[in-house]
Every structure is written in structure tokens, then in C-alpha cells.
Design a protein around this ligand. Structure first.
Ligand code: PMP
Length: 393
């Protein structure tokens, strides 16, 4: 067999860690606390069937054809108005590109702006899917310590002043993956002010923003943007269906132009069938009613999980405050080795959780937490899984 010589940029990709996370979560007999999947009960299957049949009947020559890279125009126009009206996202200087899941934004923006050795600042524990994209384009990650309510702003300011070639800040302000933490308004404002001062782009990743179950919605960083320094990324994955692979990015027109150029060499255009499904579903069906249905579904599961934490795990471990999203973050007492615990949870108790260090921006950052998901398991599995974790502790 041929010996392959891979690019040095991609040699540290953590594909194995992600695969390990997903492997057991679909196996019978295991309690799936590890996946980040939406619940299958949240998919609007009948509506998608209906729309699919209609668009194949009425416009096969459009949805089966290539399309423009920036996205299906009626859908782009609609989303622009929707995001502006509902979230004040998008100014006159902004534009939008439809992408193949919000994940693609990490790739396009990295390809477009990062040079070898440029620094990306991020929470010290954050979504590895985006981190892997940054490093695969030569980005250097600098993890910023976190408080109970997200990135520590003093440490962030210091990093902006001392780190070399800081090009971008990556943040998930709502229901962060993996910690579930939401950044308060004051921190968002501070982050924006500092980014403008230091001429650094903020990549605001907001796939979970619509999934709020308690507390008040907080303004996005993009809504404060007067300088074109924020790239806002959203997704249809968690609120319609991830299999459609539809997301979007809103940013200043020149940055969107650059992302479109980069997308041309990646996949030409996002799946048009998926774009039309999302467009029709958002415009011709009760989309707001559906959002409420999904939130109610997850709010219930979240409550079951946190009640079970209180019942079985009080005094044995702590967990972060979570007002939405799909995840809870559990922190073990110092004397318990986190990786050993997660391994034993899998082997002895058949409970799949994600070891927190998978999400560490830098290998040297100590981590005694692990991530659990409450959207995938059934209510019975949630109660049983938490009981088993308590038994193991
Ligand atoms: N950002 C975060 C924080 C995520 O957790 C995920 C998916 N788990 C994504 C982006 C990518 O989602 P998608 O590509 O399906 O929109």
C-alpha cells in the first residue's frame, strides 16, 4: 500500500476523539449522554415530506440543478429580513451566505483570513469542531480562562494586548457547547468594545440561541456591531433538522464575499433541496409554533436531568447553570480523575459522557468536567443514567 504524506496543518486534527464520542451513543444498551444530536421527536417529518413532494413536482429543474454559491436568493432575502426583525442581526453594510451547516463557517472564515501562526482567542473549554478548523488552517489557539458566566474579561483583555497576531475571537454566547453557559450582556458589550479597539474579528457562533427554556433572551454581539467586526453564524440544524445541512453567516459584505470565494472551492453551493425545505418551512408553516414545541420538549428533558442531579448527585459533584441549549456540564471533585471516571462510566455503567478535555483549547489546560446531553436520551434513560453516574461516584 502507498504511504501517505499528510499536510502538517492537519496532523493534529482530533477526529478520533470525536468518533469515540459518537460511536457508543447509538449502540443498544448504552445511555446516550454523549451525542449533541437534536431529539428525533423534534423533526417536522410530515411537513418535510409534504414540501419535498411539492418542490420536486413544481420545480425539479431548480432544486436538482447547481445554484449560486451565496445561496438560494428567495431564502437569503427572507432570512435577512427575519434575522433583522427578530434579533436585530444585520446592518446595511452586512450580507448573508447560506452554508452547509454552521460548521462550514469555521472552515470558510479560517480559509479566508488566517495565516500560519495567527492567533485565535477562545474560551479555554469550547466546541472542538470549530477549533479543529482553525488549527487546520495554521491558526494557533489561545484558551482564555472562564468564569461561571463565560470568558473572563480581564484575561481576555490581557491576551489581546500580549498575544501575537490575534486575528479572531471565537465565542458561543448562548448555551455554550460544552458548558451550557450563557454570557451576560455586560460581557458581550465588553468583548465587542475590546475587539473593535484591537481590530480583531469576533466569530459569534449561535446554533442554540432559539433553544431558551428559562430567563430572558440577551442581545447578540452582532446586534451591537457598527464596525463590521462580527461574523454571526446561525443554523437550521437544531431547530429543523441537522441532516439538511443548512446554516448561514451574516457579516460585512467584503467578508461575506471572501467566504463565498472560499466556498466556491469547497462545495460550490449548499444543498438546494435543503435550502428550499427550510425556506418553505419557515415561510409557509407555523415555524414559531414549531420553535415553541421544540423548546417545550427540551425544557422538560432538561428539568428531568437537573432534578435527577439534585436528587442523586448533590454533594457529589457540581454542575453549571443552564437556561437552554442541549448540554449540561458536570464538574467532578478534584480527587476523582475525570478521564478514568468517563471510561468507567462507559465500561461499567454503560453511560456515554464526553470527557471535558476533548474541548480543551490547549492540551495544558486542566479539566475535571464532562459533558452530558439531555436532548437525545429518553426521559427514562435520563433518570437511569444519572442514577448510574451517582453510583459510580
Ligand atoms: N457550533 C456549535 C457550538 C455546535 O455545537 C455545532 C454542532 N454540534 C455546530 C456549530 C455545527 O452545527 P451545524 O453544522 O449542524 O449547523
Amino acid at each position: 500500500m502507498m504511504k501517505y504524506s499528510y499536510s502538517s496543518r492537519t496532523k493534529n486534527l482530533q477526529g478520533d476523539a470525536i468518533e469515540a464520542v459518537l460511536k457508543y451513543s447509538s449502540m443498544p444498551g448504552y445511555i446516550p449522554f454523549s451525542a449533541g444530536n437534536p431529539s428525533v421527536d423534534s423533526f417536522p417529518v410530515d411537513e418535510i415530506k409534504e414540501i419535498s413532494a411539492r418542490i420536486l413536482e413544481e420545480q425539479p429543474n431548480i432544486i436538482l440543478q447547481y445554484n449560486v454559491t451565496e445561496g438560494y436568493h428567495p431564502f437569503r432575502d427572507y432570512l435577512k429580513g427575519y434575522l433583522k426583525k427578530k434579533y436585530n442581526v444585520g446592518k446595511d453594510f452586512d450580507d448573508i451566505v447560506i452554508i452547509s451547516g454552521s460548521q462550514q463557517a469555521s472552515d470558510l472564515i479560517s480559509k479566508g483570513i488566517l495565516n500560519e501562526g495567527d492567533t485565535v482567542l477562545c474560551d479555554e473549554i469550547t466546541y472542538m469542531g470549530f477549533l479543529n478548523a482553525f488549527t487546520s488552517y495554521g491558526g494557533r489557539l489561545k484558551g482564555i480562562p472562564m468564569d461561571d458566566d463565560g470568558m473572563n474579561m480581564e484575561a481576555f483583555e490581557k491576551a489581546l494586548e500580549t498575544e501575537k497576531n490575534v486575528k479572531m475571537i471565537y465565542t458561543i454566547p448562548n448555551f455554550q457547547n460544552p458548558t451550557g453557559i450563557t454570557m451576560p450582556l455586560a460581557k458581550r458589550k465588553k468583548m465587542y468594545e475590546l475587539a473593535v479597539k484591537h481590530n480583531v474579528i469576533i466569530l459569534e457562533d449561535n446554533p442554540y440561541g432559539d433553544l431558551r427554556y428559562s430567563g430572558e433572551a440577551i442581545e447578540s454581539i452582532k446586534s451591537m456591531d457598527e464596525e463590521g467586526c462580527v461574523v454571526y453564524v446561525g443554523s437550521c440544524s437544531k431547530v429543523i433538522a441537522p441532516g439538511l445541512r443548512i446554516g448561514y453567516a451574516v457579516a460585512a459584505e467584503p467578508l461575506i464575499r471572501k467566504m463565498i470565494e472560499c466556498k466556491q472551492t469547497s462545495d460550490v453551493n449548499s444543498n438546494l433541496w435543503g435550502q428550499e425545505i427550510c425556506y418553505e418551512y419557515m415561510t409557509k408553516y407555523d415555524y414559531e409554533g414549531h420553535l415553541k414545541f421544540v423548546c417545550d420538549l427540551y425544557a422538560h428533558k432538561q428539568k428531568i436531568m437537573f432534578d435527577a442531579f439534585k436528587k442523586y448527585l448533590s454533594g457529589k459533584m457540581t454542575w453549571s447553570k443552564v437556561e437552554g441549549g442541549l448540554f449540561a456540564w458536570c464538574i467532578l471533585p478534584e480527587e476523582i480523575n475525570m478521564n478514568e471516571f468517563c471510561q468507567k462510566a462507559l465500561e461499567k455503567e454503560k453511560v456515554c459522557v464526553v470527557p471535558g478535555d476533548v474541548f480543551s483549547a490547549e492540551a495544558s489546560i486542566p479539566c475535571n468536567g464532562f459533558r452530558v446531553n439531555f436532548s437525545t436520551p429518553s426521559v427514562e434513560q435520563i433518570e437511569e443514567g444519572v442514577k448510574r453516574l451517582a453510583r459510580l461516584i
